[in-house]
Design a protein around this ligand. Structure first.
Ligand code: NAD
Ligand code: DAU
Length: 337
């Protein structure tokens, strides 16, 4: 099988490529990534020499490029997105371009080239926010996105389903909860807090830290995507999650413990605008229909993840100083002269 992975130089996509090449070493992967601030070829150093792996620097909004790339592709797994809620609050322009228009371009390329199997990676945030006592989201929860990021992801989900109903494009969608693990960009809660502490800086907890997220280890998410791709029913959506709800403050205290730091390192800062209170996912359908469930316990996963950031200072320090942008893009341009 030959796969087109979009956004494979980002956090989840790079872990997915590593996961897939390990599990299906005869498959071929083309990774299309434009290398925004979040894309980093260092995430894929260990696979770049693999003869079944190819990187293409390009934008999913570039219809001519995408149309050429999909010619001999059997499966598209679409990760590419602007992914950070806080950035979407500052400026939503790139979110609409990449998440909505980019998805449309990929769908048209899949449709116009014989109806290529298309799996769309989405998020729990499209369903809105839960109160403390309400039931978790499931596949039938009405959409109610509340940030520009989640609104753009919701729009992309609707487009993907519309291409199934209108054009019979063979699609599936997975909506997953908060991922954590190696190679996550240090703007997101876990890597930001772990690396701040290594730099001797405080950790900025929004509001009072009472907001709740459901965390899943990135390889468990990717195993779920694998299960949907291989066993999911065409046209269907599958909710994936870690069954692990925890407040931001609890998670912060866990990270402080693992780093041997005290609570004086917490800095309570202004809350995120429109901050969604709680996300949680009912994953019964994926368990029953796909035989999938998350495996790694959160305490173990968090320890492993914090350990990874401790052992990979070079990776995140280059990102935090901005050096990675100059170095990797220069190197890529030189390799491709
Ligand atoms: P990320 O920000 O780490 O990576 C995104 C990647 O997409 C980067 O490599 C970037 O260069 C690339 N990209 C962005 N715009 C592009 C464009 N126009 N053309 C080509 N490439 C482009 O994101 P992530 O956290 O790995 O998330 C991947 C996907 O998973 C996203 O669709 C996101 O909405 C979804 N998701 C993320 C989480 C999470 O917790 N991180 C949870 C559920 C779903
Ligand atoms: O739920 C899935 C989503 O999870 C994905 O779709 C998004 O791409 C991903 O970024 C993530 O969104 P969140 O907003 O939940 O993740 P983030 O790591 O930015 O924040 C997690 C929680 O921690 C949230 O309640 C806000 C809070 N937070 C975050 C940061 C960066 C802080 O308190 N301080 C911070 O500095």
């Amino acid at each position: 099988m030959k796969l087109l992975i979009t956004g494979g130089a980002g956090f989840i996509g790079s872990n997915f490529i590593r996961y897939w090449l390990n599990k299906y070493p005869d498959d071929k992967i083309v990774n299309l990534d434009v290398l925004t601030y979040a894309g980093n070829l260092e995430n894929l150093r260990d696979v770049e020499g693999n003869k079944n792996y190819k990187f293409v620097k390009g934008d999913i909004c570039d219809a001519d490029l995408v149309d050429k790339l999909v010619k001999d592709i059997d499966l598209i797994v679409h990760f590419a997105a602007e992914s950070h809620v806080d950035r979407s609050i500052q400026n939503s322009e790139d979110f609409i371009k990449t998440n909505v228009e980019g998805t449309r371009v990929l769908l048209d390329a899949a449709k116009n080239n014989g109806g290529i199997r298309f799996h769309h990676i989405s998020t729990d945030e499209v369903f809105g926010a839960l109160s403390l006592n309400s039931d978790p989201f499931n596949e039938n929860t009405p959409y109610n996105p509340r940030s520009p990021y989640s609104a753009s992801k919701a729009a992309s989900d609707h487009l993907v389903r519309a291409y199934f109903h209108t054009h019979k494009l063979p699609i599936t969608i997975s909506n997953c909860t908060n991922n954590y693990g190696p190679f996550q960009f240090p703007e997101k809660l876990i890597p930001l807090f772990a690396t701040n502490l290594m730099e001797g800086k405080k950790v900025p907890v929004y509001g009072e830290g009472g907001n709740i997220r459901d965390w899943i280890y990135v390889d468990d998410h990717n195993a779920g995507v694998d299960a949907v791709v291989k066993k999911g029913k065409i046209g269907e959506t599958y909710c994936l999650g870690g069954e692990n709800e925890i407040t931001n403050l609890e998670i912060t205290k866990n990270i402080l413990n693992l780093m041997g730091k005290g609570e004086e390192m917490i800095e309570y800062v202004s809350d995120r605008k429109g901050h969604d209170f709680r996300y949680a996912m009912d994953i019964t359908k994926a368990k029953k229909e796909l035989g999938w469930e998350p495996k790694l316990k959160f305490e173990e996963g968090l320890k492993k993840t914090v350990g990874w950031y401790k052992n990979n200072e070079d990776w995140w320090r280059k990102i935090k100083t901005g050096e990675y942008m100059k170095y990797y893009k220069k190197q890529y341009n030189e390799n491709n002269k």
